[in-house]
Design a protein around this ligand. Structure first.
Ligand code: HEM
Length: 297
């Protein structure tokens, strides 16, 4: 009997605390529910606008609010796991990485090459060609109405790249190289893809791979080049402001909302373009591995 009383006196207060926590969480949930745009909660079924997917306002920051935010975040991550971009398209890209590039997800066979130390000229050529490709992507997005959702995502890179190219030419006294073969070929390819507006899924594959490659492995490359060639200076190319995770997830959500209107055949077309995106994107990287530019020096 005493034992039962002791257990009860121990358990009931805890139950009471739990009850208060859950009730408050539920109230908080109701309160926050109205503040989250519906496409953020419902797998992005509505086309979101870049500014509509805002963070939950920071009016109340009680433990319950934070708990519920964590819960929403987990829910959001779970939703993204079942999305086209986070599963099919991303998996297609990750499979084409070598273990060396992406140790957790890479599946491609590593081709061993002679070690090569890139020069500032190689890096400059890489930046010049990358800018040329970004320009082609940005012109396509700004000129085709089917791509209007992707205007002004905040990920655009041709302006910061121009600043970096000017900086390097001035700081290191190197003349600006003309766009190399890799950049010209990829830019022409992009123009061809969007020319008649019927290959939007293929274009989206190139768009996703080029922008998000530079946000993943590209930033790793940027850090290496910075310490090797630029006295640890961070180029404008790699600066996105404080809300990069948000910019990334918003842009992915925009692509997701476009893909949600595609047929199965269009989705396949998008996924199948991944190899070509790697062919061209990898071609630009080869400037840093003793490829094109070094041969032409
Ligand atoms: C030296 C070359 C490369 C390295 C070291 C590299 C490394 C990586 C790593 C580590 C990730 C995983 C990031 C993460 O989710 O945690 C990644 C993701 C990715 N990479 Fe690469 N990568 C390289 C080249 C490329 C190329 C050539 C392409 C295509 C043009 C590409 C496209 C992608 C894409 C689309 C993702 C997924 C990004 C996302 O969905 O957020 N990568 N890369």
């Amino acid at each position: 009997m005493i034992n039962t009383m002791l257990i009860a006196s121990d358990v009931y207060p805890r139950l009471a605390i739990l009850l208060v926590v859950f009730t408050s969480c539920a109230m908080e949930a109701e309160c926050l529910r109205v503040q989250i745009p519906s496409h953020c909660k419902q797998g992005f079924s509505m086309p979101p606008t870049p500014t509509s997917c805002v963070a939950i306002p920071r009016r109340r920051t009680s433990i319950f609010t934070r708990l519920y935010r964590s819960f929403l975040y987990v829910q959001h991550v779970e939703e993204m796991k079942s999305s086209f971009i986070e599963t099919d398209l991303r998996n297609a890209a990750m499979r084409l990485h070598t273990k060396e590039q992406a140790p957790r997800e890479g599946k491609a066979v590593t081709v061993t090459t002679e070690p090569y130390v890139p020069t500032i000229q190689d890096y400059l050529q890489f930046l010049v060609d990358s800018k040329h490709v970004y320009e082609a992507l940005e012109v396509a997005v700004n000129s085709r109405s089917e791509l209007a959702l992707l205007r002004c995502t905040g990920l655009e890179r041709s302006v910061p790249l121009e600043q970096d190219i000017l900086f390097i030419t001035q700081e290191y006294g190197i003349s600006r190289p003309s766009v190399g073969d890799m950049g010209k070929q990829y830019s022409s390819k992009i123009q061809l893809i969007v020319a008649d507006g019927s290959n939007i899924p293929e274009f989206i594959c190139h768009y996703y791979n080029f922008y998000f490659a530079h946000l993943a492995g590209g930033r790793m490359i940027g850090k290496k080049m910075s310490s090797l060639l630029l006295n640890n200076k961070t180029l404008e190319f790699y600066k996105y402001g404080d809300d990069l995770p948000q910019l990334k997830s918003r842009t992915k959500a925009l692509i997701e909302s476009m893909a949600s209107a595609w047929t199965e055949e269009e989705r396949q077309k998008c996924i199948e373009a991944t190899e070509e995106a790697f062919y061209y994107g990898g071609g630009l990287n080869s400037y840093l591995m003793g490829g094109e530019v070094s041969k032409s020096h």
